[in-house]
Design a protein around this ligand. Structure first.
Ligand code: HEM
Ligand code: NAG
Ligand code: NAG
Length: 322
């Protein structure tokens, strides 16, 4: 009968629409590019490895780019957009200006990926894979990265100013910045372990050096030699965040904290008589607990507000919208 036939057509249509709506709401998945770009992981890794071979710090700089991307309106590649006369991006926001680096390496990776699968892989996903590969290359853990993020067509300098925690933060501030993006206090402590690699400028730790007492005196003495008291003198001089093993991804960040050897004021806040002391002790004594928590928290950070489905775009050049 005609009516039962049309009923069947209508129900089939409804099922298809339902499936499409589920699909357009797609979550990230580790196999997102397995058919469309099978050489993706090899391509990214080889560029990351050669960049780190040239300069070990680059691994730290690339890891930080992913953090600064995800905390500002989600992991959408917005940090990579250049300022133009008619567009203000995030590169000159307070936490990034004279500090965020590695953009040329991201360009190299994007060009290499475009060669093997043009127009397929987002810059946001490239940052996620690059962060994982950097950690692994510097001796840290590896994990399967969830993919399928698309690139923003906007950026926000105001959000970058307000969403990334500054080094003057106290423990409560740090907890709030992470909670604002749906991450827990445990995520905050685990992810802070990223400061086991990389460098900070004198301007980021000067006030701690000359004013704080919960700082190991021999570390203070060493750091003062290259970070003069007066603002404007040596502001950009660098010091390793982890004085012990600055280019190895290990748990020395936490071992340092229990000895009052955190470089930033915000670092030492995690071990200063507050609620996170016990977790810092745990990570300092159990590298494998740190490793598994760090991986889980990196995956959670990578899940912050991705653009999926038909939102955003796949940028051709990470520095500008198509
Ligand atoms: C918990 C709150 C955090 C604060 C307050 C903070 C603050 C900072 C500051 C001030 C610097 C030095 C910047 C400069 O002087 O130019 C820095 C460097 C760095 N941060 Fe963080 N950060 C935090 C969390 C994180 C997280 C979650 C990650 C990654 C998962 C991360 C990764 C890095 C890395 C790798 C560097 C060194 C970058 C390089 O050498 O180029 N940080 N951070
Ligand atoms: C962000 O911070 C920078 C540096 O402090 C400032 O120059 C800029 O005006 C701020 N931007 C916005 C949109 O608030
Ligand atoms: C130390 O603290 C005082 C008082 O808050 C402040 O005026 C001074 O600038 C600080 N010193 C440094 C080197 O930051």
């Amino acid at each position: 009968m005609a009516s039962s036939k049309s009923m069947a057509v209508i129900s089939l249509t409804l099922v298809v629409l339902l499936l499409m709506s589920i699909h357009s709401d797609a979550q990230l998945s580790t196999g997102f590019y397995s058919k469309s770009c099978p050489k993706l992981h090899k391509t990214v890794m080889s560029t990351v490895r050669s960049a780190i071979a040239k300069e070990a710090r680059m691994g730290a700089s690339l890891l930080r780019l992913f953090f600064h991307d995800c905390f500002v309106n989600g992991c959408d590649g917005s940090i990579l957009l250049d300022d133009t006369s008619s567009f203000t991006g995030e590169k000159n926001a307070a936490p990034n200006r004279n500090s965020a680096r590695g953009f040329e390496v991201v360009d190299q990776i994007k060009s290499a990926v475009e060669k093997v699968c043009p127009g397929v892989v987002s810059c946001a996903d490239i940052l996620a894979i690059t962060a994982r590969d950097s950690v692994q290359t510097l001796g840290g853990p590896t994990w399967e990265v969830k993919l399928g993020r698309r690139d923003a067509r906007t950026a926000s300098q105001a959000a970058a100013n307000n969403s990334i925690p500054p080094p003057t933060s106290n423990l409560n501030n740090l907890i709030s910045f992470f909670s604002n993006v749906g991450l827990s206090t445990r995520d905050m402590v685990a992810l802070s372990g990223a400061h086991t690699i990389g460098q900070a400028r004198c301007t980021s730790f000067r006030a701690r050096l000359y004013n704080e007492t919960n700082l190991d005196s021999s570390l203070a003495q060493t750091r003062k030699k290259n970070c003069p008291r007066t603002t404007g003198n040596g502001d950009n001089n660098l010091a390793p965040l982890d004085a012990q093993t600055p280019t190895s991804f290990d748990n020395y960040y936490f071992k340092n904290l229990v000895r009052n050897r955190g470089l930033l004021h915000s670092d030492q806040q995690l071990f200063n008589g507050g609620s996170t002391d016990s977790l810092v002790r745990t990570y300092s004594g159990n590298p494998s607990t740190f490793t598994s928590d760090f991986v889980a928290s990196m995956i959670r950070m990578g899940d912050i507000k991705p653009l999926t489905g038909s939102k955003g775009e796949i940028r051709k050049n990470c520095r500008r919208i198509n």
